[in-house]
Design a protein around this ligand. Structure first.
Ligand code: RBF
Ligand code: MG
Length: 301
């Protein structure tokens, strides 16, 4: 079996990635090959920098299911490790692209490079493909508002809380998942109980207050989120906390795994001078979220 291969990190499976994956699927069909999407679970740049926290748009599992939703014949990870990092471009091409992945065609994005020190850029891949007698396709950047869409751009949007902008680059609505864990019960005391969601530390959490949807099993609820450190109540050091206050909801869902979809940034988190002032603002956030949902259509049960 021979494959039309698309290779990359694909963190975010954004509009540019989608275009590339769809090109591989289409080219494979056209040539009587199978399509095979190979992704690096951890971006090589984080392998080198050692970055492990708040750095991924998509966890490997999320990424694989987003890739699979585009219906390639195969989607599989290739772990970027020391051995891979020290391989020359020519060796990578012959032992991985041709050998392990049995490529009859190769499709990559404009900023992709293989081999030690990224020595094998597009031009290398194009000529190596020609020499091996396989097809080659370089897919150009997708653009938005004068910018090239890239995983780094989307990470920057998310870290700034700009989820609307991130969502438009992604072509899907950013989400984070995890189990609901027990908090200190302060939210309930304030009158706004929150489900505290424990996400994977590698996942980027956009800071701020958001209108969001929370998916619990097969059900979906409108919600307001706070992603922050709750400076009014008790400054938490380190990682941001993701808390969701579900609208018109009175059940307890401790231990349930939920998925939170970020829809609209409402405001940045602030340190208020009193709990009363915090409560006033949370009320206003809820009103703003309700207005948003009234415009965007209610969650479908
Ligand atoms: N805490 C803050 O210290 N500052 C805020 O601006 C803030 N905004 C919030 C907005 C919403 C919609 C929600 C649900 C919570 C917010 N919180 C904020 C967090 C609040 O302090 C927290 O939910 C309780 O302390 C319980 O953990
Ligand atoms: Mg809570």
């Amino acid at each position: 079996m021979t494959f039309f291969l698309a290779m990359g990190t694909f963190d975010g499976v954004h509009l540019g990635h989608r275009r590339m994956i769809c090109a591989a699927v289409r080219e494979a069909l056209r040539r009587g090959l199978k399509s095979r999407i190979v992704y690096f679970p951890l971006p090589p740049k984080f392998f080198f920098s050692g970055e492990k926290e708040n750095c991924l748009v998509t966890l490997p599992d999320e990424r694989e299911s987003l890739i699979k939703s585009l219906r390639p014949d195969l989607a599989e990870p290739l772990v970027f490790d020391r051995e891979l990092s020290s391989m020359g471009a020519a060796e990578f091409f012959s032992s991985m692209v041709l050998g392990r992945f049995n490529a009859g065609g190769l499709c990559v994005g404009p900023d992709f490079a293989v081999g030690k020190g990224r020595e094998g850029h597009i031009d290398f891949l194009r000529s190596a493909s020609a020499a091996a007698g396989i097809a080659f396709k370089a897919v150009p950047f997708s653009r938005r508002g004068g910018h090239k869409i890239s995983s780094s751009l989307i990470r920057a949007h998310l870290r700034a809380g700009a989820v609307g902008e991130a969502n438009r680059c992604l072509g899907w609505e950013y989400s984070a998942s995890g189990p609901v864990v027990k908090g200190a019960g302060i939210g309930r005391k304030l009158g706004f109980p929150t489900a505290n969601v424990a996400t994977d530390p590698a996942k980027i959490l956009p800071p701020g207050i958001f209108a969001a949807r929370v998916h619990v099993g097969r059900e979906t609820f409108d919600a307001v989120l706070n992603v922050g450190s709750r400076p009014t109540v008790a400054s938490l050091g380190g990682r941001l906390l993701l808390e969701a206050h579900l609208l018109d909801f009175s059940r307890t869902i401790y231990g349930r795994r939920v998925r939170v979809t970020f829809l609209k940034h409402l405001r940045p988190e602030r340190k208020f001078s009193s709990r009363e002032s915090l409560v006033t603002h949370i009320r206003a956030d809820i009103a703003a979220a309700r207005r948003y949902f009234a415009g965007a259509g209610k969650a479908k049960p």
